[in-house]
Design a protein around this ligand. Structure first.
Ligand code: CA
Length: 644
């Protein structure tokens, strides 16, 4: 189509004595650089013609220190001139309507050069907590001063009205290894000039891909502030031992007409079907990752976030809109930065894409994408019922014949002789979850599907679900607040709950920290399961072969019971054997144990690394509950143990 430009100097390349501006715009007949004093209002302080360079680029160099100068390009194509923000801009004025030249080194918080990623040996060690920047701290019960801001993540020692920890302290206490932030690059729908008014959006409406969202900063008018504050957030999370993954949304832009892509090189960055824009994203447009400069853009962007902001992983929204080759290019570019950086996404599209399925980064094509993961919607629906049918039930809440689907999740979606055919070739490819920002929260789903059950029963279901999730092979992922029975109430929905809260008010979306006192035992249960998972590499196997060799499902069980053992010390852990039992029945079941004495570490009430008691021969597993037992672990702590 056009000659691609391979250089790494697109954008405003800053140094103290000069700045080089370079733009790829092969269809343009004229490009001018506009320099402004501010990020909004006023007329240019200077307009400079740019020269045509190699391979469709335009460039100019300005002498002097331009740090903090705002800029746009006027791009003339087909006789029409558009004023655009540089696709490679690293900073912007309010609402992202002008780029800003920035001295990135000057935006580093104190000590950022010593910031290191918390240790992560294997991808399957990850336990991911999905959180929206604003939700963490927008409710007054958070006790966080910088409510709704990046800086909310830097506040330690914060408490709710009962004196229980909130914010980053709560996350750290849970023991998760990663947070995954909902879109935190600059998105379109929150008006950054009105941050005194409560506004909310998830952020799946990209405007500037390489710039943090302004409404999460304390001053969206000064382009350097959001850059500095996002770095401070990452630094604070890292220094508390938590890695930071970003949700990235390259598959579509907020719209086409006003998109900088479209205004810079018309129709290059979007797929069309004949003369209509294709809509695999369901948002009115889909980008064309298979084109060289779109692919380069995606790769350059994630490498930039990983290096400049020390971001530790990328969750690709509607990943299957992208082509496999692009996703593999992302993986290999990030391997050069640090191979422990995670890459995963939704292995599906919203609607049909304008590239063949064989080329799409679909869940069914994961074998072609080594080192890349996909959300396991199979285990999601197996645990609690189909997300597209509010009343549908899964294993934990009364669904029947779900045993095989649970086994599929237990083995991390890899091939196992006792489970259904898998789509993952390695357990690191399966991102296991029960709920995420989309659809009903786990707790709301149970309220709808199991309205006739008591709260106590639904809590049992929640705990059983969390036990399935946190013992399964693969990567564990959960939506912030599942451990606090998070709810998204809605006055306008028939169900009373909001299943698509993308622009709902804070009252729906925020984490209500004052609920914590009532749900402390559930928080402790999640915390105990995470601690157990971290203590036992057998739950975090790194190869499909180990899973096939070491996991054996028990036969001859009652209906709605799944049980298995893990043996052979996978990952060289101390425990010789682990047994996991899930009972979804409304009454206790008796399960025969393999020979020898077993320590119980997880039961219906408690979860953790210490022994809650020992059993031999057989064990009674309470109604709607999980049990995890360990045998032969010499390091296991036995507290108040009674031999049964
Ligand atoms: Ca914005």
């Amino acid at each position: 189509m056009f000659e691609a430009y391979e250089g790494n100097d697109l954008g405003a390349v800053y140094s103290k004595d000069k700045t080089l501006f370079k733009l790829w715009a092969p269809t343009a007949t004229d490009v001018k650089l506009n320099l402004y004093e501010n990020g909004d209002g006023g007329i240019p302080i200077n307009t400079v013609p740019m020269a045509a360079g190699e391979k469709g680029t335009w460039y100019c160099e300005r002498k002097g220190d331009l740090n903090g100068v705002y800029y746009t390009y006027s791009v003339t194509t087909g006789g029409r001139t558009n004023e655009v923000v540089d696709l490679y801009a690293r900073a912007a004025g309010v609402n992202g309507d002008r780029g800003m030249v920035i001295d990135l080194d000057a935006t580093d918080p104190y000590g950022f050069e010593n910031d290191v990623r918390p240790a992560l040996k294997n991808t399957t060690d990850a336990v991911i907590y999905e959180i929206h920047v604003r939700d963490l701290s927008s409710d007054a019960s958070s006790g966080i001063v910088y409510a709704g801001k990046f800086l909310g993540f830097t506040e330690t020692g914060t408490k709710n009205s009962d004196g229980l920890s909130t914010g980053i302290d709560h996350i750290k206490d849970l023991g998760v290894t990663h947070v995954q932030l909902l879109p935190s690059f600059d998105y379109a729908t929150v008006d950054e000039t009105k941050t005194d008014t409560a506004q909310f959006n998830w952020g799946y409406d990209p405007k500037n891909y390489n710039i943090p969202e302004g409404s999460y900063s304390t001053d969206p008018y000064n382009g350097a502030v959001r850059v500095n504050e996002m770095k401070r957030m990452v630094q604070a999370l890292h220094s508390n031992g938590i890695r930071v993954n970003m949700d990235v949304v390259f598959n579509h832009t907020y719209d086409i007409e006003n998109s900088w892509f479209q205004k810079t090189v018309p129709d290059y960055y979007y797929r069309k079907n004949k003369d209509k824009y294709s809509n695999a994203s369901g948002c009115g447009n889909e980008t064309a990752s298979e084109r060289a400069m779109m692919r380069k853009y995606i790769v350059d962007s994630v490498v930039y976030w990983a290096t400049e902001y020390h971001i530790d992983g990328f969750r690709f929204d509607l990943m299957a809109v992208h082509d496999i080759e692009t996703m593999n290019a992302v993986r290999s570019a990030l391997d050069e930065v640090d191979p422990t950086i995670m890459v995963y996404g939704e292995g599906w599209t919203a609607e049909k894409a304008a590239i063949p399925k064989s080329k799409q980064a679909l869940k069914s094509n994961m074998a072609k994408m080594k080192g890349i993961g996909a959300f396991n919607d199979d285990i999601r629906d197996a645990i609690k019922g189909n997300v597209f049918d509010a009343l549908d039930k899964g294993f934990v809440n009364g669904g029947r014949n779900m045993e095989e689907s649970i086994k599929f999740g237990v083995v991390g979606a890899v091939y196992h002789p006792q489970a259904a055919a898998g789509w993952a070739v390695s357990p690191s490819q399966s991102i296991n979850y029960i709920s995420c920002h989309d659809n009903f929260t786990f707790w709301d789903k149970l309220a709808i599907s199991n309205a006739d059950d008591s709260k106590e029963t639904r809590i049992r279901m929640n705990k059983l679900g969390s036990a399935v999730l946190l013992t399964s092979q693969g990567v564990a992922f959960f939506q912030a607040g599942e451990e606090m029975l998070r709810s998204k109430p809605s006055d306008i929905s028939d169900t009373g709950f909001d299943e698509n809260s993308y622009n709902s008010p804070d009252s729906t979306n925020s984490i209500k920290w004052d609920n914590k006192a009532d749900v402390r035992d559930i928080c402790e249960y999640y915390k105990g399961l995470i601690a157990f998972r971290k203590a036992h590499g057998a739950l975090r196997m790194t190869t499909a072969a180990d899973i096939r060799n070491d996991i054996v499902f028990a036969d001859g069980l009652e209906a709605n019971v799944v049980a298995y053992t893990i043996s052979n010390k996978p990952n060289n852990e101390t425990a010789d054997k682990i047994m996991v039992i899930f009972n979804a029945n409304r009454s206790a079941v008796n399960v025969t144990l393999p020979s020898g004495v077993w320590d119980i570490c997880v039961n219906a009430v408690k979860a953790g690394t210490a022994s809650l008691g020992t059993v031999r021969g057989s064990v009674s597993v309470d109604a709607v509950s999980a049990m995890v037992l360990v045998q032969g672990d010499i390091d296991l702590k036995r507290e108040n143990v009674t031999i049964v």
